[in-house]
Design a protein around this ligand. Structure first.
Ligand code: MOS
Length: 703
């Protein structure tokens, strides 16, 4: 079933499956990623990272290294150009890690301390490895655990409100017939996209040209302009093809290093991060410790709801993993409390990683719901039906549409939930114990202002210009379909130009907001163009162009709770001898508004679900307390799901019209991962009778 409300559905391009318009370029190698674009006179920079977790740089031994073959310069705190990190960026103040080489302090292991630039990448690497940096080391603390006495409540940001409260939770719990009070933990996790972070910068004294891999070229261009005090009009950032991002590809040290070096050398400079460097330079998901208290009547109706989540941040920057936000959307109670707490440690600053907040938060909350269902002796889906809120539990605002129960209904039918015996530990097949579990999913459906231009060319084709980023999701193809529908022409006649800051400002590919935001701007411009063309007359050689800017329309949106929803189902087998958990089946049913391209949407949902499986069973970054650095910071040491771990996965969606919404598209980037780990943990309980409240569910924890 596919909805085609909101954006026009005249040609039926939106809602029907299309392969990627750049697919052939990608599989033939014609598509170039940012580390591959050729530049004349190119030089190569290699970052050197601190080996101590806290202290000061005593000396950087650049003398011997400058004499090595091909080495052009060594930048460090003693000689680097000054930059200005005291500005307010699109998403707040910049992470001080982008203020490269501005002082001698080291706040964590893996902090950038120098950049070696050479004629070849190999020469730069050899010199970087030979560079001797001496430190005055200070004691460090990297120990994250729940109940730390130095945990504090952070201030609100435009993105995360730290605390919400209504009613008296303690009184509500006292008055409840059934109480769940449990702590859940999730480990440090990393997004490490297939394509490493890479940037090439060229400065000619008047104009900065950057080829980068990012989630928003306008965003990175604007941050670089502010950091280096350049005229914004002189900075151009392009990011034509991106091999994955997941929240990690904003402004990072590599672009800054490349720009800094090109302003010094007046030659193009390329900086590519290694896998291992990515573990400390690009952000990651904080570990969490979450306490959930649910108080309910005997029939499962919630009286008291409390979700308190502790995460960590660095000593230099504040980032909150917003794990406690789900209850503000999913479940109401007379007494309702959600709270985030932070601990500052000598570690890199975490950042947005796919479904920031919702991913770890849903593991805790949707596990706790399952525990409540067990205690009340009612079916987990029936419990959710009983607690379905009329309006936003905290905001009181109406939902733009909320079809989460339709997801459960359709999912239960397809999964065969009705035949499930709720009792745990009963089903056995040889040495395998079998079980099934479910969980809800939700993610906000946000939108950001964007500009677009659509041109009717003299040859009868159309060119769409929007500074979208295609981080591998199929955004270029989605915009082709959206424009084709609005123009009422075949998609073959539409070409889409994206990922170039010279195209004008547009929303980033982040927070599941890209497609909704860009589709709105493209539709407005295309509609206007279609109307102008309908008046008749010829098309001049330069074409006819209509432009849009959605800033005002977004400002005029009515206040509503806008979210995507879903229901996750998992079937697992647990080996009674080894403790190994195998996922046998995953099913995700979503209510996410109009699905623009079912082919790529399904891939995106499934990708998220695989990540949820990986989160449930495999992923955890191990930080050595003595050195303060990671153990096994690469894709061999950081364990994640491989093909053999991934069963048949189904993802589908229910009809989800959004009455009165100008776009109808909700966004699907993050929701696929949400709830999957809980569905799997709930299935492991159903198989074994044992609750797993700490991720990942490793064999040694199962035995
Ligand atoms: Mo997403 S974590 O906002 O790229």
């Amino acid at each position: 079933m596919t909805t085609t409300t909101g954006v026009a559905a005249v040609t039926g391009a939106v809602g029907s499956a299309h392969t990627r318009v750049e697919g052939r370029d990608k599989v033939t190698g014609a598509a170039r990623y940012s580390g591959e674009v050729p530049f004349a006179e190119l030089t190569h920079g290699w970052l050197v990272l601190s080996t101590v977790a806290r202290g000061r740089i005593r000396s950087v031994g650049d003398g011997p290294v400058l004499a090595m073959p091909g080495v052009l310069t060594v930048l460090h705190h003693g000689n680097a150009p000054r930059v200005d990190t005291d500005y307010m960026g699109m998403l707040g103040r910049p992470n001080p890690i982008v203020g490269l080489f501005q002082h001698d302090r080291v706040p964590f292991a893996g902090w950038p301390v120098a950049l070696v630039v050479a004629e070849t990448s190999e020469q730069a690497r050899e010199a970087a490895e030979a560079l001797v940096v001496q430190y005055d080391e200070e004691p460090h603390d990297v120990a994250f655990h729940s109940g730390r006495s130095d945990a504090y409540t952070p201030g609100d940001t435009p993105i995360v409100k730290a605390e919400t409260e209504k009613g008296d939770v303690e009184a509500g719990l006292d008055a409840s017939a059934v109480v769940v009070d449990a702590e859940y933990t999730t480990p440090e996790e990393h997004h490490n996209p297939m394509e490493p972070h890479a940037a090439t910068a060229r400065w000619d004294g008047g104009r900065l040209d950057v080829i980068d891999s990012n989630q928003g070229s306008s965003w990175v261009a604007s941050e670089l302009a502010q950091l280096f005090s350049f005229d914004p009009a002189s900075v151009r950032v392009r990011s034509e093809h991106v091999g994955g991002a997941f929240g990690s590809k904003g402004l990072s040290p590599h672009q800054v290093a490349a720009v800094m070096a090109t302003t010094v050398l007046h030659r193009p400079v390329r900086v590519v991060l290694t896998r291992s460097q990515m573990f400390s330079l690009i952000g990651y998901r904080s570990p969490t410790a979450q306490r959930i208290r649910l108080g309910a009547d005997a029939d499962g109706r919630l009286r008291a709801f409390d979700h308190q989540a502790q995460s960590l941040t660095s000593t230099v920057h504040e980032f909150v993993e917003s794990s406690a936000v789900l209850g503000r959307v999913m479940y109401d109670a007379d007494a309702h409390h959600t709270l985030h707490r932070l601990v500052r440690l000598d570690v890199p600053t975490p950042t947005w990683m796919r479904a920031p907040g919702e991913a770890p938060g849903s593991f805790a909350l949707e596990s706790a719901l399952d525990e409540l269902a067990e205690k009340c002796g009612i079916d987990p889906i029936a419990l959710r039906v009983r607690n379905e809120p009329e309006a936003g539990p905290v905001s009181g605002l109406p939902f733009s549409s909320r079809n989460v129960l339709a997801c459960f209904e359709e999912g239960a039918r397809r999964f065969g939930w009705a035949d499930r015996d709720p009792r745990p530990g009963l089903r056995r097949e040889g040495r395998w114990l079998l079980g099934s579990g479910t969980a809800a999913a939700t993610y906000p459906s946000g939108v950001g202002p964007s500009t677009a231009a659509v041109t009717a060319e003299a040859d009868g084709t159309f060119t769409v210009r929007i500074n979208a980023a295609d981080v591998g999701t199929g955004a270029r193809t989605a915009m082709t379909l959206v424009a084709a529908d609005a123009l009422e022409v075949d998609p073959d006649r539409v070409r889409v130009r994206i990922a170039d800051s010279d195209l004008g400002p547009a929303m980033i590919a982040g927070g599941s907001m890209g497609t909704r935001s860009w589709a709105w701007a493209v539709t407005v411009a295309a509609n206007e163009l279609r109307e102008r063309l309908s008046l008749g007359g010829g098309i001049p050689p330069e074409g006819i162009t209509a432009r849009s800017n959605t800033a005002e329309a977004i400002g005029a949106l009515t206040q509503k709770e806008r979210h995507s929803f879903g229901a996750q189902f998992a079937e697992v087998a647990v080996d009674v001898d080894t403790g190994e958990v195998r996922v046998r089946r995953l099913l995700g049913i979503y209510a996410a508004g109009t699905i623009v391209n079912p082919l790529t949407a399904r891939s995106q949902f499934i990708g998220g679900m695989i990540w949820g499986l990986s989160m449930a069973l495999h992923e955890e970054a191990i930080r050595d307390q003595a050195s303060g650095s990671h153990v096994g910071a690469d894709l061999a040491g950081y364990h994640f799901a491989s093909h053999a771990d991934v069963p048949i996965i189904e993802a589908d969606w229910v009809d989800d019209p959004v009455p009165g919404d100008p776009v109808g598209i909700k966004g699907i980037g993050e929701i696929g991962i949400v709830g999957v780990a809980a569905a799997i943990a709930n299935a492991v309980w159903h198989a074994t009778g044992v609750r797993h409240r700490d991720l990942p569910i490793r064999p040694d924890r199962v035995l």
